[in-house]
Design a protein around this ligand. Structure first.
Ligand code: UGA
Length: 439
């Protein structure tokens, strides 16, 4: 098939490359010319494992191209995926849908014949109807343009695998006899034939599938992090507790790693956007608990700062703190709402000299947090430190020898915010050890 994807960020660029991998002819469209240039050279403008290889393979095979022109995208094919960002509004909890509506309007004016517009962006429930109205009013093809809602569940750091072998496909339409369904089934034929559960539903359910999934994932994380607080107060160990709970198949172990909590461009924003939408719909009481999920999450960052003060005293001026981790999680260079950087910034504001180390996200950290020191090598970053914080669980950090590191720092004190360091070996190497969720 010939298809396009409008908006080539983490979602769109990955989707474009994966659709080419499925055998389609793909045109990615993004308004940012620099991004288009980089993508056309077969590289991703961000770090995602395996994506450079896939982009290189398919830009070379001729199956994948990128453009900054809406007109070219509209002419290219009859299936248009929309993957533009829907961030949180600056001073509100609600989603900022400006980019989405603007992309739909600009594409619409060039749609001369039948087309399916399949939206993947995360939105408040009710947006599909609005998108359909814009298309009906602005597209020359009018009612011949169909809207499909196709939420995307990929995780950064496993985005390719999640796209090519998803847990489920969700296709939302406004009527039961939609020819758009046949188009999308053809597009995802290989994925469907591999046995992927495929749920065809209405627009609202498809929209809700995404915000409610992210809210559930956030709830699971905040639940175990609330238990972590209880563990700290009682001498229990939250990591062992998570394992015990996780063996109950009704609870499950995955997505329940305790630690510094969730960040990124999705979970925090989707919780808040969902709450804002529930308020508009008059069902805010049903979701009040999500405020608490958000508060527990932010509380872990505050708890980390409190642990630092417990270790170094209240006066942090002239103290040197090294933070391992800048990305919001391992396997990405994305620093949006990064728990590690929130803690780094908080400590900097309290007067500490903070140096961060990260294998992939240092350029982004440098750009957005010039007030911090930035050193890629985790051992060099810790030189002269009074305290080391482990805040993003990159595997590289686990392999640093604590004995060698003890010789570089000023004081051998470490706080593990992610629970993945082998604290026994750190203690044996002379470190004073603290951890979230452990006495
Ligand atoms: C999340 C969802 O997992 C995806 O299904 C969804 O498609 C995506 O948002 C989106 O809306 O686009 P992502 O933000 O890439 O994906 O990352 P996750 O792996 O879910 O992690 C989110 C945050 O939670 C990270 O900061 C991570 O460190 C934290 N986390 C995750 C935990 O603290 N504990 C866990 O057990 C899992």
């Amino acid at each position: 098939m010939k298809l396009t994807i409008i908006g080539c960020g983490y979602l769109g660029a990955t989707h474009a490359a994966c659709m080419a991998e499925l055998g389609h002819d793909v045109l990615g469209m993004d308004a940012d010319m620099d991004k288009v240039r980089v993508l056309n050279s077969g590289k991703a403008p961000f770090y995602e494992p395996g994506l450079d290889d896939l982009l290189a393979k398919h830009t070379a095979s001729g199956r994948l191209k990128f453009t900054a022109s809406y007109a070219e995208a509209a002419r290219f094919g009859e299936l248009h995926f929309i993957g533009v960002g829907t961030p949180q509004q600056a001073a509100e909890n609600a989603y900022d849908l400006t980019h989405l509506f603007s992309a739909i309007r600009r594409l619409a004016t060039h749609l001369l014949g039948p087309a399916v517009v399949a939206v993947k962006s995360t939105v408040p429930v009710g947006t599909a109807a609005h998108v359909a109205k814009i298309l009906e009013e602005s597209a020359p093809a009018g009612g011949k343009v169909q809207v499909a809602w196709n939420p995307e569940f990929l995780r950064e750091s496993s985005a390719i695998e999640d796209t090519l072998r998803p847990d489920r496909l969700v296709l939302g339409f406004d009527s039961e006899q939609s020819w758009g369904e046949a188009v999308l089934r053809q597009c995802f034929r290989k994925i469907i034939e591999a046995g992927t559960p495929t749920i065809v539903t209405d627009w609202a359910t498809a929209e809700l599938a995404k915000t409610s999934a992210n809210s559930f994932l956030a709830t699971k994380i905040s639940f175990i992090n609330a238990m972590a607080e209880v563990c700290e107060a009682t001498g229990a160990d939250v990591h062992e507790l998570a394992e015990i709970l996780g063996h109950d198949v009704r609870i499950g172990r995955s997505g329940m790693r305790p630690g510094l909590g969730f960040g990124g461009g999705c979970l925090p924003k989707d919780l808040r956007g969902f709450l804002a939408r529930a308020g508009e719909l008059g069902v805010d009481r049903a979701l009040t608990f999500l405020h608490e999920i958000d508060a527990i999450n932010n509380g872990r960052r505050e708890r980390m700062v409190a642990l630092v003060r417990e270790q170094l005293g209240d006066t942090l001026a002239s103290r040197r703190i090294t933070i391992w981790g800048a990305a919001f999680k391992p396997g990405t260079d994305d620093i949006r709402d990064s728990p590690a950087l929130a803690v780094a910034q908080g400590l900097h504001e309290l007067g500490a000299t903070v140096t961060v180390s990260d294998p992939k996200a240092l350029d982004n950290a440098r750009k957005h947090h010039p007030e911090l020191g930035h050193v890629e090598d985790p051992v060099a970053a810790a030189r002269g430190a009074d305290l080391l914080l482990h805040l993003t669980e990159w595997p590289q950090f686990r392999h640093v020898d604590p004995e060698r590191l003890a010789r570089r720092v000023r004081t051998a004190k470490v706080i593990d915010g992610r629970g993945t360091l082998d604290l026994g070996s750190w203690r044996r190497a002379g470190w004073t050890v603290r951890a979230l969720g452990r006495a």
